[in-house]
Write a protein of this length. Sequence first.
Length: 404
Amino acid sequence: MSKAKDSNLTIKVLSIFIAIVLWSYVISEVNPRVTKELNNIKVDIINEHTLKNSGLVLIEPRDVRVSVKVKGRRNDINNLDPNDIIAKADLLGYSEGVSKVYIDVKVPLKLDIEDVRPRQVSFKIDSIVSKEKRVSIKTTGTSSEGYSIEDGQLSPETVTVKGARSYVNSVSKVIANVNINDIRSSKNLRVPLIAVDSKGKQVKKVDIEPRFTEVSLPVLRTKKVPVVPKTRGTLPNGYTISKMQVVPSVIGIKGLNEDIKNVNALQIEPIDITNLSANKEFSSRVILPNGVNTVGGNKVAVKIELERTITRDIDYDMSQISFLNLAEGLNIVKDNLPPKVIVSIRGKEKLVNKISTSDLKLSVDLNGLSEGDHIIKITPSQIEGLEILQINPNSLPITLRKNE
């Protein structure tokens, strides 16, 4: 009996051993241990709120991903969902600057972690700061013809820019964009504010307080008027102004409609030509009525060109003098006439030098005269810019006789 029981126990133990060996074989051959790498596992950033409580803010990175290599039985690996892997970066206790933070990864119990890449991630943390910035107006578009958009008034003129130190420091200015297309009257506008860097690119990751400003935009009427030159003093003897040019000769003015509507020309501050003996360019200011300003500068250039003034005598014989309106049946006794008439003229050198007897004509009007002796004044023709100083003699003795 005892031998039978011992034999039965031995068989049972042997059976269990064989079963374990067979189970181990099946597991190792049918469901072996394998490894698998899962990419793009999102890392949860925790305790970020503690940074804010300390006056800090996370700059970057905001989205962290890692690759996790796990090992386990094939069945467990095949059933693994990426969402079952928990990855965390804990920012508790970190201060301003760049810090390497360990990535803590957890996987289901039946699996082992073989590798995590990257194991540490550099996080940039900044202090939260604020700065006062003046607001400037930036206009876009084109003002309507005949109107001028003036510098606007702002309320408030300064605002507070708040955010991470690196972002706040990159803000060059705060602008209020105003579109001036089709604006023909003064406006009060509520305009949102934008922070921009030195290149004019918007800095989005900052807060502006207040976010809006009130813009008072004055609009004036404009028109173009000629500039009239003016001189004072007297040129030296022998000189005259041959040309006086104002540059620009027409300028734009602006003002309220009632102030500019009757302004049709503008004078300049007089140019002193005393002792001027050569061509010269002067600078002068435009004289502006009350309430009127120029569109642009109010200075003009005045170019004055001089020419010498000379005198000259021109001789005329009697054949070069016209005797007009002689009555029919009468003739002129030539013996009583002088041999010549001398005309003294004065004017610009170029003009005087080219004048001839055919240009400056002399005439004697005999209209209504009868037979007998007469003294008749000589009449010269008129030439612009030419002055007749003297005609010698200025009258002719005319003796009229009937034709025989």
